[in-house]
Design a protein around this ligand. Structure first.
Ligand SMILES: Cc1cc2nc3c(=O)[nH]c(=O)nc-3n(C[C@H](O)[C@H](O)[C@H](O)COP(=O)(O)O)c2cc1C
Length: 338
């Protein structure tokens, strides 16, 4: 704990940052804003293809957008060609001025690994190192970080050797998701390997994989030697996780507090407002039907949550959503008394 990275001031003695994990199609500007309000310390955009940025693809540039209140922000890029990665990195740093640039060595999707990008690079480490060198040379003025898996499969775990080489190449922090490419998202994250990586380098290592509440966060903090934690899927249903963990870290609460229906609805409405602000609906300015899917995970934990999700399908506007909340409150008045 407490490793220092001079250009990443959120690490250091007495600091233990909580990162929101980048998640394609989920962690857009609106969701990140929600997590920031809920206590996430550091955030990264979802991965964006270097070639798409170079081609000036509008969607790709929209994906790397962020607001000043979300800083410190990293932009994550992926690709397999050192020249394109270096060029895209320079363009991103010039236009977006992120606090750091992050390289993706973790994505297991077929369309990514077939280009040798993402976790595909973990079975092709000479190319991975060339790519890091090229990007580092292109953006000496901006901190460079990486996010990787443990290796291609269980028989080829390369996390420690890759981390050591990345440190030598000037990478300033590394997030390690404790799974192999072959695991996808199944099985468990192997925190023993994350601890090995943390032990082997002098730069901050951010541990990632299956942190879902205070007990899991606490166990990983004290056992693995990481300098921060990164939380992904748990935040989709439970964006409060950041503030809850932080209050426990400060020793402020004795019991892990239960999230009330009122708090859940506040967040559902807030995310809808933020999403509407950020993306004018293709169906019309006020139509919220296209975003209802992202609200589903947040309803888990409400009384009669299945019925709420069923009713959500009939909501077209924010006012419909607010009416649904009021109905729910009337029907379950006793659970709102807390
Ligand atoms: C839907 C989804 C999209 C993801 N997209 C990205 C991505 O764009 N970049 C990345 O580095 N990792 C991505 N990941 C991996 C997560 O950042 C994280 O490493 C993984 O979910 C494990 O953490 P968790 O157990 O806290 O969810 C994605 C994961 C999911 C579930």
């Amino acid at each position: 704990m407490g490793k220092v990275a001079p250009r990443l001031p959120w690490f250091g003695e007495g600091k233990f940052p909580l990162y929101l994990a980048p998640m394609a199609r989920h962690t857009d500007v609106a969701f990140r804003q929600l997590c920031k309000e809920q206590g996430a310390d550091v955030m990264v955009t979802e991965f964006v293809q270097s070639e798409a940025l170079i081609r000036d693809n509008a969607k790709a540039w929209e994906m790397v957008d962020f607001t000043a209140t979300q800083r410190p922000m990293g932009v994550q890029i992926f690709g397999a060609t050192p020249k394109s990665m270096a060029k895209a990195a320079r363009m991103v740093c010039d236009r977006m001025k992120p606090d750091f640039l992050d390289l993706n060595f973790g994505c297991p999707a077929h369309k990514v690994i077939e280009q040798n990008a993402g976790s595909g690079l973990l079975r092709c480490t000479p190319l991975l190192y060339d790519l890091v060198k090229a990007v580092k040379d292109a953006i000496p003025d901006v901190p460079l970080t990486a996010k990787m898996r443990l290796g291609w499969d269980q028989t080829t775990i390369v996390a420690v050797e890759v981390a050591e080489r990345l440190e030598q190449l000037g990478v300033e922090a590394i997030a390690v998701h404790g799974r192999t490419k072959a695991q996808g998202y199944s099985g468990e994250a192997h925190w023993g390997w994350i601890a090995e990586v943390a032990k082997s380098v002098n730069i901050p290592v951010i541990g990632n994989g299956d942190v879902k509440d205070w007990p899991t966060a606490h166990k990983r903090m004290i056992e693995s030697g990481v300098s921060g934690l990164m939380i992904g899927r748990a935040a989709l249903a439970n964006p409060w996780i950041f503030s809850l963990i932080k209050s426990r870290m400060r020793g402020e609460v004795n019991e892990f507090p239960v999230v009330t229906p009122k708090q859940r609805w506040d967040v559902i409405i807030r995310l809808s407002e933020l999403t509407l602000q950020e993306h004018a609906s293709a169906l019309g300015e006020r139509d919220i039907r296209w975003m209802l899917g992202r609200l589903h995970p947040l309803t888990h934990g409400l009384p009669s949550s299945r019925k709420v999700r069923e009713s959500l399908r009939h909501c077209r506007t924010l006012d419909d959503l607010r009416r649904l909340r009021e109905e729910h409150q009337r029907e379950h008045a006793e659970s709102y008394l807390a």
